[in-house]
Structure formats: C-alpha cells, structure tokens
Design a protein around this ligand. Structure first.
Ligand SMILES: Nc1ncnc2c1ncn2[C@@H]1O[C@H](COP(=O)(O)OP(=O)(O)OP(=O)(O)O)[C@@H](O)[C@H]1O
Ligand SMILES: [Mg+2]
Length: 183
C-alpha cells in the first residue's frame, strides 16, 4: 500500500469488527532516532493465545466470506521492509494493542498519507465509537478525542457533514504544524 493511512484504516476495521467502543490511534515520529511508530489500541473482544499466535499469518482469518486475512500481515510486511517490526498484544474480553515500528528515514517507508480523511471517514461511519487520534514528535504533540468534541457540540451529531469537515481541517492544520516542526 502506498500510504500508511490505508493500513491504519484496515487495522481499525478489525477493531470495529471486534465491537470496540473506544479506538485509539497513535503516531509517534522521531526522525532523529529513525522511528515511525503506529499504535492502535482498542477495547474490543480481544483474542485468545491461539488466535494471537496466528494473527500475523496471512492465512488466518475469522472471516467466513474469504479464506485469507491480510490486514495485519500486510502491515507487518511493510514494517519489516523498512527494517522494523510489528507486534500484537491482546486479551480475550479486554482488547487489543497493535504496534508497528517502522524506520522513519528508510526509502521503503510509505508516506503517512491522508490520515485526516481516514480518521474523519471512520468517525463519520461510526458515530457511536469514541476515537482518539494522537500524533507526537519530540517537539510537538496533537490529540483529538471525539468524546471531547461531542461535549462541545451539544446535540449536533458528530457525523454532521460540517462537523466532519471542520475536524478534517483541524487535523490537517495540526499535521502541517507537526511536519513543519520536524524540518
Ligand atoms: N483488534 C482486534 N480484535 C479482535 N480480533 C482481531 C483484531 N484484529 C485482528 N483480529 C483477528 O485477527 C484476524 C486477522 O486480522 P487481519 O486484519 O489480518 O485479517 P482479516 O481482518 O481477517 O481480513 P482483512 O484484514 O484482509 O479484511 C481477524 O480475522 C480477527 O479474527
Ligand atoms: Mg483486517
């Protein structure tokens, strides 16, 4: 995949399918230490030991519509291509944490891409899920929590078109500042 945002979209779909009520997406960038970390944490159904051991295997899926699950295996391959790694921690009934570590400066590291569009797409399609987006660098950090947004909105639904548009713009503006701080 050409954009990490597309991998993130894919991984978050797993959390949604696992009935998560709260999904946290964290990006940690540190070019000096050559690190680009993506962490996705949910409070969904979780996996038992056996499932967990199989999860980075492209032939494991609990889907019934097709036999091969790809989302996690693809991101793992992507991370490893940059000299990084991927790990998944999960507990049945408690939730799942996935962490992909990529090398920031590696030529094969895809760009982050349209994460603002991805997050607002997810928020708009899943208004009952609390999404938290955190983006950190050594010099700056940005956090969006849809619960906090909702508290400010009184009665306007979070999937209102104008609200989603404003959220997308807000994420993009903050990302521009974050990227500028890295230069
Ligand atoms: N956050 C999660 N919570 C609970 N189970 C999960 C989670 N993420 C993955 N799984 C389990 O791991 C399996 C493999 O996930 P993966 O994303 O690699 O493939 P998939 O979702 O089955 O298919 P695809 O991503 O190609 O649509 C899933 O079918 C699901 O059983
Ligand atoms: Mg998947």
């Amino acid at each position: 995949m050409t954009e990490l945002a597309l991998h993130i979209l894919d991984i978050v779909q797993n959390s949604i399918r696992a009935k998560a009520r709260k999904i946290e997406v964290t990006i940690m960038e540190n070019p000096e230490d050559d690190l680009f970390v993506i962490k996705i944490q949910d409070d969904g159904l979780g996996m038992d030991e056996t499932q967990l051991q199989l999860v980075t295997d492209p032939f494991f899926t609990t889907r019934t519509t097709r036999k091969v699950g790809m989302g996690i295996a693809l991101l793992k391959q992507c991370a490893e291509q940059t000299g990084g790694s991927l790990k998944v921690n999960s507990q049945k009934g408690a939730g799942t944490i996935l962490e992909a570590i990529l090398k920031h400066r590696h030529v094969d590291r895809p760009i982050l891409g349209d994460i603002a569009g991805t997050m607002t797409l997810l928020i708009g399609a899943n208004p009952l899920i609390r999404f938290i987006y955190i983006h950190q660098t050594p010099l700056s950090s940005f956090e969006l929590d849809t619960l906090e947004v909702l508290e400010e909105l009184d009665d306007v639904p979070i999937n209102d078109r104008d609200i989603l548009k404003a959220l997308e713009e807000m994420i993009n503006e903050n990302l521009e500042m974050i990227e500028a701080s890295l230069k």
